[in-house]
Design a protein around this ligand. Structure first.
Ligand SMILES: [Zn+2]
Length: 425
């Protein structure tokens, strides 16, 4: 195993120092380290962050390997600075049994580019009718702790209550895609001034807020952990603030795109901007950014949703919702938050690792800590070219935009997965 001596790096924004990586861990830190056997990387001007952790990734395997595979998605993640991703359950077949979650987990190990932690479905086939084998998935080799029907809401309150009760036994968490389905029938975009102007059926903010309000009360009643996926409205922030003040064990995520893009994008009719929940208003974005800074929203999660060309480059009404996210998330965070490295480390690595219970991830580089880390060049600016992305899909909403920051290197347990901005494998 090669040792690496990273010279002159700012650890989470601190004064420049050296990091020696040996045998999978950070062996030493300090100025002027020597290690004759180590490969030296000059990291002057670079920032070291704990490897990013994504709580919400769609890897599409099994079933839609034309859109993404565990390997291609893992490579995209590593290039984005991630060392661990949680893979959503809406594959084909659905990850609702020990067999499927173990398959995804094993594919992740074989790819070896990030740790792939499968998420299990809450209900059989994501159908919202009966609970999946939560215990069997928790006991499997994949050790599932997060359960989600993401893509669908667990709309039945009795099923949601039972799921929350069930996961409590092993300190699991239910991650809810908050969307009251009766309020979003036929919805094409955010319900508001722009949808009225375009004559498109709207997805009202209250469809999200009503489910979050219901579920924080259920989580409080049961005393269980609840996580809210892709929070997108100012009203949701207020519900979460209230719940957290009451001591409800609720955590929440926001996506990079909901921090940056508004529903005005729908006026282009370019389906690359179609996403669920939909892009909202500038006022929602302002509330989400403030909530992220304050901690009412705990983490940034990508909702990386690769789609094949035929599912995306068609009429708006027929296009699948979803956007790529893994290879651009850090740049968007840097754009939105500025160089607040401690906040970025907290929201994109430490907190998601804690919520998911991923040992060895989300830890700042320090002696004895597993060497899961990424090196960022904050001064770099890059133009996003879809053809250059490692994902098998091309549905990035940031095509040809110039974004700040570039991932220079990523290490997974001391082995580089990215060097000089390029995937090692
Ligand atoms: Zn979702």
């Amino acid at each position: 195993m090669t040792a690496y001596l990273i010279r002159n790096v700012s650890v989470v924004g601190g004064a420049p120092t050296d990091l020696l990586i040996r045998d999978g861990v950070v062996a030493e830190t300090g100025a002027g380290l020597t290690a004759p056997d180590a490969t030296v990387l000059d990291a002057t001007g670079l920032v070291a962050l704990p490897g990013l952790v994504d709580l919400h990734t769609h890897l599409r395997e099994p079933g839609r390997e034309d859109a993404e595979t565990v390997e291609s998605g893992s490579r995209a993640a590593a290039l984005g600075g991630y060392t661990a991703v949680c893979a959503m359950a809406n594959t084909s077949p659905v990850a609702d049994t020990a067999g499927v979650v173990e398959q995804v987990w094993r594919l992740g190990r074989e790819a070896g580019l990030v740790d792939v932690q499968p998420i299990g479905a809450v209900t059989v086939g994501l159908a919202g009718e009966r609970l999946a084998e939560l215990g069997a998935m928790a006991d499997s080799a994949a050790r599932v702790r997060i359960f989600s029907d993401d893509g669908h809401c667990v709309a039945d309150p009795k099923l949601m209550r039972r799921a929350l009760e069930y996961v409590k036994a092993f300190d699991g968490v239910v991650a809810q895609h908050a969307e009251e389905p009766r309020l979003t029938e036929g919805a094409q975009m955010h319900e508001g001034e722009v949808s009225t102007r375009l004559g498109l059926t709207g997805w009202p903010a209250v469809a999200e807020e009503a489910i979050i309000a219901r579920d924080v009360l259920l989580a409080e009643h049961v005393g269980s952990r609840l996580h809210i996926c892709h929070v997108s409205t100012a009203g949701s922030v207020e519900v979460l603030r209230h719940a957290k003040a009451r001591g409800v064990k609720v955590t929440a995520e926001v996506t990079p795109h909901h921090l940056l893009l508004t529903d005005e994008k729908a006026t282009t009719y370019d389906p690359v901007y179609k996403v669920n929940p939909p892009l909202r208003t500038a006022a929602d974005i302002a509330a989400l950014r403030a909530a992220l800074a304050e901690g009412v929203i705990d983490i940034v999660a990508t909702d990386h949703a690769p789609h094949a060309v035929e599912d995306k480059e068609c009429e708006w009404a027929y296009a699948r919702p979803g956007m790529l996210g893994l290879e651009t998330a850090l740049s968007i965070a840097l754009d939105v938050l500025g160089p607040q490295w401690d906040l970025i480390a907290e929201r994109m690595s430490r907190a998601p690792a804690r919520i998911a219970g991923l040992d060895g991830h989300g830890l700042d580089p320090a002696p004895g800590v597993p060497a899961n880390l990424t090196l960022v060049d904050p001064a770099a600016r890059r133009v996003i070219e879809p053809a250059d992305l490692a994902s098998r899909s091309r549905n990035t909403p940031y095509a040809r935009m110039t974004l700040p920051g570039r991932i220079v290197a990523t290490f997974l347990r001391g082995e580089p997965t990215v060097l000089d901005g390029k995937a090692v494998r």
